[in-house]
Design a protein around this ligand. Structure first.
Ligand SMILES: [Fe+2]
Length: 239
């Protein structure tokens, strides 16, 4: 297990006089300062986006639970995932220097990957949306960091059941069988933070009339409670 998220240093604990101001707490332990890369490359987890290690001294509030930094496979609960996305969204120093909003495609990058959770940053230009999809049986959560997004919820037969608006600061959790489409139907850009546990499960998209997709739709789902649909090779691409 990785060490727990750090805590602020106590004045005098390092031998300096108690009159000296404490050094700023590091956002991540020193042994976690590693290049960002995929686990497919064989790099040990957890992995962090460069922005998270470039200048850790400016981040003074630790906010990552130890269970989200684990290098031992596991699952964290929905409340923790919601809190995690809210914590990232609440530190614009992390996501604002990174985020892009592109009119030609939806933009995204992964901020954190451990053996228990992955965190994605997504930029939504007006009019952009995902396909209808599930999360391969993973638990999930999102927080709107800026702007607003619309979430169309679907049942396991890929039929729409509800439409919800999520505004800046809103957080929502997804169960393992959750099926939805997320869209920016407003006139302004939007930025969202997403977390999934366990990480890197392949999403499944609603079947289309394409012959290959129809064949895939007859295959039993890979996760309990997940609807039949199209498998995708890479997780996170359309979270
Ligand atoms: Fe999703």
């Amino acid at each position: 297990m990785r060490p727990a998220a750090r805590v602020a240093a106590s004045p005098g604990a390092d031998g300096r006089s108690r009159g000296s101001p404490p050094p700023p707490a590091a956002l991540f332990p020193a042994d976690m300062v590693a290049p960002f890369a995929s686990t497919a490359l064989g790099v040990p987890v957890p992995l962090l986006h460069p922005v998270l290690v470039a200048d850790p001294a400016r981040h003074t509030e630790p906010f990552l639970p130890a269970e989200c930094l684990s290098d031992e496979p596991g699952t964290v609960d929905l409340a923790t995932l919601r809190d995690l996305t809210a914590a990232f969204a609440g530190v614009p120093e992390i996501w604002r220097p990174v985020i892009h909003h592109r009119s030609d495609r939806r933009w995204y990058t992964r901020l954190l990957l451990s053996a228990t959770v992955e965190v994605w940053l997504i930029g939504w230009y007006p009019g952009q949306q995902t396909e209808v999809h599930d999360h391969g049986g993973a638990l999930g959560a999102l927080t709107v960091a800026e702007g607003r997004v619309t979430e169309d919820r679907y049942d396991r037969n890929w039929t729409i059941t509800r439409v919800r608006e999520h505004v800046t600061g809103s957080s929502v959790g997804f169960g393992a069988a959750h099926v939805h489409r997320v869209a920016n139907r407003g006139q302004e850009v939007a930025t969202t933070i997403h977390a999934y546990s366990p990480p890197e499960l392949p999403m499944r998209f609603a079947p289309t009339q394409d012959a290959a997709d129809l064949r895939a739709a007859t295959v039993p789902p890979p996760a309990v409670g997940a609807p039949a649909g199209r498998d995708v090779a890479s997780a996170g691409a359309a979270r």
